[in-house]
Design a protein around this ligand. Structure first.
Ligand SMILES: [Zn+2]
Length: 282
């Protein structure tokens, strides 16, 4: 593969209750070891609550040279929060991550790409809380969380942060986030290679994965805030994930999203007004 693809990991605890075993620390450390083995620096987006319960995860990620970002306070999709709740939770979780990691936390990723036209109120909050970039939108039509009409290349929200939209490609009439999650885990690698080949020069490509995707031994439970079939899909293909990722990381980039954001001339980026009705094609 000729194009550089940055690596991101979303660290979260999706268990609906403590009845189920908490495997987030075990699995995150396993994935971090894989990154080290492959000499990859990544952006590790961590949920505030997980950081509080397992600060060792952050310590290990920092020691291994990774960038730490925030993946919300409790992994609640933005549409289920009020703007005030979101701002308060974000401020607290960002401070916590900074205290544990000793790093300035510059990057935010919304749970389940839930920054959409409906939750556009979050855009000015990201700037106010002190982030410099976000990677929280899926620039396509999607029943769960898409924001169709947004650019596929990095852009700057009007008076707010840089956005790295989730890489998408068109296959058989569908626009899919081919580089991460279930698409990465379940689709043959030819789809990924095709998507990368078709991507344009100005796109910033990144993959996203989750520690639980590497865990075939986790007992099944119904995920919150998604349907039963989406929940089932989360348990498929976990056995092959490690080898698939190992193979993929041979060609991946060690430039974190934070590295890219800090070296980018943001005055050259397209500016997008989240309030513009033109941006609501969903
Ligand atoms: Zn997540």
């Amino acid at each position: 593969m000729t194009k550089n693809i940055s690596v991101t990991l979303d660290v979260e605890d999706l268990r609906p209750s403590d009845q189920f075993e908490d495997r987030s620390k075990l699995m995150t450390e396993k994935v971090l070891d894989l990154f080290s083995e492959m000499n990859i620096r990544a952006t590790i987006f961590v949920v505030g609550d997980v950081a509080k319960n397992h600060p060792e995860i952050i310590n290990k990620a920092v020691k291994d040279g990774h960038e730490i970002g925030l993946h919300s306070h409790k992994h609640i999709p933005l549409q289920l929060l009020t703007p005030d709740e979101f701002e308060q939770e974000l401020t607290g979780a960002k401070t916590l991550l900074q205290e544990i990691s000793g790093q300035e936390i510059n990057g935010f990723r919304a749970p389940t790409m839930s920054l959409t036209h409906k939750t556009r109120w979050a855009v000015p909050i990201l700037k106010r809380v002190g982030f410099t970039y976000s990677s929280s939108v899926l620039p396509a039509k999607n029943p769960l969380y898409g924001w169709d009409g947004l650019p596929r290349h990095p852009f700057r929200w009007l008076n707010s942060v840089i956005e790295f939209p989730c890489p998408v490609t068109n296959i058989l009439g569908f626009t899919i986030p081919y580089l991460g999650g279930a698409y990465f885990r379940l689709f043959p690698s030819i789809i990924r290679k095709m998507g990368v080949r078709r991507s344009s020069y100005g796109e910033v490509l990144w993959t996203y994965c989750h520690p639980w995707e590497f865990d075939p031994d986790e007992k099944y439970y119904q995920l919150e805030n998604v349907g039963r079939s989406t929940s089932r899909i989360a348990w498929i293909g976990r056995k092959g994930m490690e080898n698939k990722m190992r193979d993929f990381l041979k060609d991946a980039s060690s430039q974190t999203l934070g590295d890219i954001a800090s070296t980018m001339d943001s005055s050259q980026l397209e500016i997008v007004n989240a309030e513009s009705p033109d941006n609501d094609k969903n």
